[in-house]
Design a protein around this ligand. Structure first.
Ligand code: GLU
Length: 418
């Protein structure tokens, strides 16, 4: 099998495009065939170097390696012109006010055989003789795609359902060229959780945005694979090897698939938990330029759903955060300030200042004060983190260290006295 991913470089690689690329890649890897990358860059204005590079970056980051290409469609214009001339010479096309039109029979039909959708029949009477070259000689989109797919020996065209209406025209061109048509597979459209066409409104819309939001390539591959395909009704986690071994176009659904970022978050969380803490720490250190993040990663990894969640859970260790006023007024009442002062005294005496020492000091104090643990721990948490989201209190205090913990508690006490 020879398949291709043929994006038009318009900017960041959209989630739908990434799903198309992934399915092509899976088809090629499963069959031992080739995955060709063709850049459909005939729109010279939009096909800037940056836009083309965005596609490469996204594919490389996602781990979707191609076997041939990138082939620039624009660079193949001479081949397109040659074939236009041949269609004219052989009477399949004719000139009309300088433009070239393909002859479409008045009767009969063209049938698209689609692995996912079955046969889709297009009546010829509904299709005019369509333009394949403008009067300046430049080839039109359907002509270029058909010639390229033929020249590149593409056996399976796997692309979004938004291209179905182009397919009969491409088939007619292929037939006029005397080429064997490829097999088609038009992938289901992507919708948001509200059932509307996927757009920015639904959150991240591109691979670049997903990367910036802290998703892992492996989790994205797994999630995108399920947008239209499933092995059975229940299995959700697939390694690359399992995807390659089990994927098939026959099992792709016709109905729109729902991209739900919350679901991706959940899935990403599981991928994060399975990562080696040191590997995750290295990733965060590379991204942030900080060092020594491993101890904090070890206590937050369980709770993270995206790489960025680390900063929500542990960012307060490195930088004081402004106090969350709501959290403050909720916890700093009913003797909370006195309890906090007692905690300060107890923590000042802990030796050595590690998690076990902090734990025994604070649990001892809870007993002594005869309060519910939260009555003591929540004020400490708000004092040192600025809010209520953090790893366990003993780990948090031990990681922050004695000096900084006491300093932050002192500030909170001063504030409580105001
Ligand atoms: N260039 C088209 C697009 O980006 C894809 C064409 C095709 O796959 O046939 O939507």
């Amino acid at each position: 099998m020879r398949v291709r991913f043929a994006p038009s470089p318009t900017g960041a690689l959209h989630i739908g495009g990434a799903r198309t690329a992934l399915y092509n890649w899976l088809v090629a890897r499963r069959s031992g065939g080739q995955f060709v990358l063709r850049i459909e860059d005939t729109d010279r204005e939009r096909s800037t170097k940056e836009n083309v590079n965005q596609i490469y970056d996204a594919l490389i980051w996602l781990g979707l390696d191609w076997d041939e290409g990138p082939i620039s469609q624009a660079m193949r214009i001479d081949r397109h012109r040659e074939e236009i001339q041949r269609l004219l010479d052989e009477g399949h096309a004719y000139m009309d006010e300088g433009a070239v039109r393909l002859r479409v029979p008045d009767e009969g039909q063209t049938t698209v055989r689609d692995v996912i959708r079955g046969e889709i029949v297009f009546e010829h009477e509904a299709i005019d003789d369509f333009v394949i070259a403008r009067s300046d000689g430049s080839p039109l989109y359907n002509l270029a795609v058909a010639v390229d797919d033929r020249d590149m020996g593409i056996t399976h065209v796997v692309r979004g359902a938004d291209h179905i209406s182009n397919t009969p025209r491409q088939l007619m061109i292929l037939e006029a060229l005397g080429a064997r048509p490829p097999v088609y597979a038009h992938l289901p459209l992507l919708h948001g959780p509200d059932g509307k066409k996927l757009s920015k409104r639904h959150g991240a819309a591109s691979v670049q945005e997903l990367r910036d939001r802290g998703y892992l390539p492996a989790a994205i591959r797994n999630y995108l694979a399920l947008l239209g395909w499933g092995f059975d009704d229940s299995t959700e986690f697939f390694s690359d090897q399992e995807l390659v071994a089990n994927f098939s176009l026959e099992r792709v659904s016709k109905s729109p698939a729902i991209f739900d970022e919350q679901k991706l978050r959940w899935m990403n969380g599981r991928y994060l938990r399975e990562m080696d803490a040191s590997e995750l720490a290295r990733l965060l250190e590379e991204q942030s330029g900080r060092t020594g993040l491993l101890p904090a990663v070890e206590v937050t990894q369980e709770k993270m759903q995206t790489v960025d969640d680390f900063w929500t859970l542990a960012g307060w260790l490195y930088e004081r955060r402004p106090t969350d006023e709501k959290a403050w007024s909720k916890v700093m009442k009913d003797g909370a300030a006195e309890n906090l002062a007692r905690a300060r005294e107890a923590l000042a005496r802990v030796e050595p200042f590690d998690q076990a020492g902090v734990e025994s000091a604070l649990t001892g104090l809870v007993e002594e004060l005869d309060v519910k643990p939260g009555k003591l721990y929540q004020p400490i948490r708000v004092a040192i983190t600025g809010g209520t989201v953090s790893p366990g209190i003993f780990e948090s205090v031990a990681l922050l260290g004695r000096d900084e913990t006491l300093a932050r508690i002192d500030d909170a006490l001063a504030r409580a006295r105001q």
